[in-house]
Design a protein around this ligand. Sequence first.
Ligand code: FES
Ligand code: FES
Length: 82
Amino acid sequence: MKKAVIAARFPFPLEVKKGETVQWCACGLSQNQPWCDGSHRGTDFVPVTITARRDQIVFFCGCKHSKRGEICDGSHARLERS
Ligand code: FES
Ligand code: FES
């Protein structure tokens, strides 16, 4: 598995609290999007660990093709249909 699976063609707007640590799924295989559930095991992917610097709403990428990693950059709108 070289390319991440498109888990969703939209971002997940979620609130994170200052100091909270989350693990964003980079592979797209997790059944608990956008978070890692360990399903990446056996692939070349690892989750991205983020610790929030402040309370905020983050638009976590669901398509796994953002150029900004865990942050949606709008790339989901340009993905080919398959
Ligand atoms: Fe996707 Fe862990 S399940 S990175
Ligand atoms: Fe991945 Fe927007 S959901 S770039």
